[in-house]
Ligand binder design. Sequence first.
Ligand SMILES: [Mg+2]
Length: 349
Amino acid sequence: MSMSQERPVPSYSSSSSSSSTTRSTERRPVQSPAVSRPQTQLSPTGRFVRTTATYQISPCDMNNAPGRDRPSTSSSAPAPRDPVFYDQASRTYYPSKPIRAITPSYTTVAAQTPVTLKEPRKLLVILDLNGTLFYRNKANRRSVTARPHLSTFLDFLFEHCRVMVWSSAQPHSVEAMLSFGFGDRVSRLDRVWSRDHFRLPQVDYARKVLTIKDLEYVWEGIEKEKKAQREGEKHPKYAVQFDQTNTVLIDDSKHKTQLQPHNGLALRDFDEDLARAGTDSELLKVRAYLAKLVYQENVSAYMRLHPFDSDAPLEKTSVKKAKATTATGEAALGDELDELTRRLEKSTI
Ligand SMILES: [Mg+2]
């Protein structure tokens, strides 16, 4: 199905089977309180068994864990956390390996004062798929619905940013969603990452576990790709070194972006209700937000102070100078994006 024309919530059923100077070499996690909790592990016979392991829980993990939001039984003690499930409601397990802490260098760079540039710059945008760009029916995982305005959103991304996909779905599911929703644009993606890029042990790969998108994996992976290039080859996707100052991870779960929280753009989950309604405008809001970010010297510093707000009306998330009085928010945004396009075309990147 072609995605070149915007349609309200198209659906289908598949028949297939299937700034560099600011980066630090600091990789060691800070010390955090150790806790013991039972875990399930895959035994040599292929059965899940419960064991007890000691974990270093990162400060971010503690802040974001679903248990933190539960009502406390005591005015002074924090609510007890489930020892096995990261999210009891969805029966999502903790990962077998401990979640590392946010590096001190990340926190330092994100704490800088944001600086707005006169000219736009290329960002690396990492896209989640399910819940972000698509809704996959839980009863029939081959039934996929595209989020409204997906085509418009992708056109903007490919014009102004380097784009890659990172989904926790298995490779064959990622391929099916992309072939449905991206069409010919698949070839314009810098890279497509799926569940096999989380470095999960087999026990976690095969079960519903919290998957954290550690951007260090992405930045390291790009450096490896660069080194593997043949002599004399210079693909445009390697023209910029990406780090926390120019990378944005778009995902419907903030828990997956917890290691680089100020690079995570958490948009509203595109769920069954939104898929049925067909009135969702989240991708237009994200587009307007990204149009601001391309003028930022350090996106993590800006996003720390001005995180994306799904609840804000589209007009208020529009780029600067977009005047709602001249037209609708969408039309005004279009004018501003045209200007952004002209300025990017002048850019050497
Ligand atoms: Mg998702």
